[in-house]
Ligand binder design. Sequence first.
Ligand SMILES: Nc1ncnc2c1ncn2[C@@H]1O[C@H](COP(=O)(O)OP(=O)(O)O)[C@@H](O)[C@H]1O
Ligand SMILES: [Mg+2]
Length: 310
Amino acid sequence: MAAAVSIQGLTKTYLDVWSKTEIRAVDNLTLEVEEGEIFGFLGRNGAGKTTTIKMLLGLIFPTLGTATVLGKPIGDTDAKAQVSYLPEEAYFYEGMTGWDTMDFYARLFRIPEPKRSERIRQCLKDVFLDESAWRRPIRGYSKGMRQRIGIAQALINDPKLLFLDEPTSGLDPIAHAELREIIVNVGRQGKTVFLSSHQLPDVELTCSRVAIIHRGKLLTSGKTQELTAGDKVEITFSGGDAALAEKVKAVAGTCEAKNGTCRVPAVDPQKVNDIVDLIRGAKASVVSVVPHRRTLEEVFVDTVMKAGAN
Ligand SMILES: Nc1ncnc2c1ncn2[C@@H]1O[C@H](COP(=O)(O)OP(=O)(O)O)[C@@H](O)[C@H]1O
Ligand SMILES: [Mg+2]
């Protein structure tokens, strides 16, 4: 499959005018995003996410390195027409209605009528913006509604690739869930989504692959499923006597009994059969055998801490 974004050794240094020192905001970053995937670009505040996105959009120039976007070098006009961007701080004309805002962007892309109205209608529906809000000024929109208009605006040119810079920051839990659904739907349309975020539960639920950057450097990247896969299994069983608990403990290391149920929290996968045999042999019942998963948050904290958190 072709790469939607391919980054080789991208580096950006800023000169801090006060201290006259160089800030390496992005440091020798190499990364590929496949076409059609929802890709999570993770990092703490100041990690270099926005700087990377701005370089890929051609808004600022890399100090070193190269990248292609939809197979074309940064800044290519054909590629730009198929890319869109929701900035971290999206500004709107507060007095304009949602519909007029969309109309404004549609005109920028020179979409003629009647296609323009059709497209606006479709985009507003894609982001589940309530029809009663379409003709109301943005001034009265909630943060969640603003993010919807922001994504609708990013969809107006039917892009192949969307850059969403921290779209779920500052939203309430319901708005988070709704925005996740919108992003997943965008992915289902076959579009590639480059999602920068530090809202790890959102990323875990939406992104098939992620990269973690820290101080401008790539720490790790991979499939979300693989990064969060644990290497241990948890077994719970009910019944059995103290002797069984002791036998299980001898094999697994721990066995915690509580209210007639025993939990064996971290079993080596090779020992699972032996423990299940012990339980069944003692006429006790296996309640569950569950592979451990780490949350993306645990993976993120571990990875960043190992690199030195500060
Ligand atoms: N225009 C700029 N001038 C100087 N430093 C900047 C500028 N933009 C960003 N930085 C610095 O670059 C680093 C990365 O910033 P940014 O890309 O905005 O991170 P993120 O989006 O991950 O929060 C930070 O240390 C930030 O202070
Ligand atoms: Mg940012």
